[in-house]
Design a protein around this ligand. Structure first.
Ligand code: SF4
Ligand code: SF4
Length: 390
């Protein structure tokens, strides 16, 4: 067999459940896209029937609507308000608890996470977002052990995007739409007339083991070409573009640009953009006690640079104005993130555009600053600013 073909197989749609069963038999908690809360969200998946079969969505700045498709595609949509960080870096997590006993307070550390997740339907931009969080939590001075426990055992089933949303710009960020690596298996959904099949690409040894348990057959060169055509068509559908050329320097040099005042007059400081962003990772810590005072707990919760408390130091908030908070968010994503983590903090998923209640669009903000750059900051040295294409 042609060597390039040895990694590609065909799985019939009717056999999709065998993939989920094989993952469950191997001990994974299978999670993936499903209908919920008026959107496509990530939750536990029992069988293929739990997927949003025959549904898609329409996205625009500040707008998201579910819509029926005219076929029974299982993955015929893009990304919703959830991202995989909800499993790898959960919105709230107890760090420890303490109980008052005969010998005084005893502090009990939280038991380590033992779930092994299989993520179904991970898009290329999301694989890049997971990599960014890997860099933050695992590859710096301090390793987040909880993240490590969740991340190390997880199995990734990617899905090659067969359509882009109006808010997508992964092509600009070099993060998609094709998932090239970082997955165990990658599916391309192919529907032609009555034929409904998946082209399956093997991406790891664990992926190969799972493939060995499901009824696949080798893909043909024409199957590969059909898969490539699907992703190539998606590439041309991007609803947004972001010119990343020199964006790190552009934002760093324009810290007093009048555009920050304009965007601040619309921004509600609601923090939606940071909650839906798959790379944002900031948290706060809260201590709680019960009414008796005999039981106390410390919780970690997602926080946002848009809240007043986030930058509170003794005496007040460092970023007291909405202008300074929006500027902090955007310049961190596209500029100072590069200094911190050697890549952009944005993967072009478009969630922050869709879920902003007043339709603030970072691609529009960057373009406005670019078109009337006022050069009000001090110029930093030149560095790269987007993601390396694998
Ligand atoms: S900044 Fe917006 S487009 Fe970029 S990764 Fe975050 S949510 Fe997606
Ligand atoms: S940019 Fe939009 S989503 Fe983000 S804090 Fe402002 S109003 Fe909320």
């Amino acid at each position: 067999m042609n060597k390039a073909l040895q990694k590609f197989f065909i799985l019939e749609r009717d056999d999709l459940d065998t993939l989920f069963s094989a993952l469950k038999d191997a001990g994974f908690d299978v999670v993936g896209p499903t209908l919920g809360e008026g959107a496509i969200v990530y939750d536990s998946i029992g069988t293929a029937e739990d997927l949003p079969i025959g549904w898609t969505e329409e996205q625009e700045g500040g707008a998201y609507r579910l819509k029926r498709r005219d076929d029974r595609a299982c993955f015929g949509f893009t990304v919703g308000p959830h991202s995989w960080k909800k499993y790898l870096h959960p919105p709230s997590r107890r760090l420890w608890s303490a109980a008052n006993g005969e010998d005084g307070f005893e502090v009990m550390p939280e038991a380590p996470e033992t779930s092994r997740y299989a993520f179904i339907g991970v898009r290329s931009c999301e694989i890049h977002a997971i990599r960014i969080q890997d860099r933050v939590f695992l590859q710096d001075r301090y390793v987040n052990e909880d993240y490590r426990a969740r991340r190390e055992g997880c199995f990734i089933v990617a899905v090659q995007c067969a359509q882009a949303a109006n808010t997508c710009f992964c092509v600009s960020m070099n993060t998609g739409p094709r998932a090239d690596e970082g997955f165990d298996l990658a599916l391309t959904e192919m529907i032609e007339g009555d034929a409904h099949r998946f082209l399956v690409e093997m991406g790891s040894d664990v992926g190969e083991e799972i493939l060995g348990k499901i009824p696949v057959k080798p893909a043909s060169p024409e199957d590969l070409r059909a898969g490539e055509r699907i992703v190539a068509a998606t590439e041309k559908q991007m609803g947004r573009t972001l010119d990343t050329q020199g964006v790190r320097e552009l934002l760093a040099n324009n810290q007093d640009h009048s555009r920050w005042d304009q965007v601040a007059s619309r921004c509600l400081s609601c923090a939606n953009c940071t909650m839906v962003c798959p790379t944002c990772f900031c948290t706060t810590v809260e201590d709680v006690t019960d009414i008796t005072g005999d039981h106390a707990e410390r919780w970690q919760r997602w926080d946002s640079c848009f809240t007043m408390d986030f930058s509170y130091l003794h005496g007040g908030s460092v970023r007291a104005s909405t202008r300074s908070r929006y500027r902090q968010w955007l310049t961190h994503k596209l500029s100072s993130w590069v200094d911190q983590f050697e890549s952009s903090g944005c993967v072009g998923c478009g969630r922050c555009i869709t879920w902003c209640p007043v339709a603030i669009d970072l691609t529009e903000e960057v373009s406005a600053i670019r078109s009337s750059a006022e050069q009000t900051g001090s110029p930093p040295e030149d560095k790269g600013h987007d993601h390396e294409k694998s």
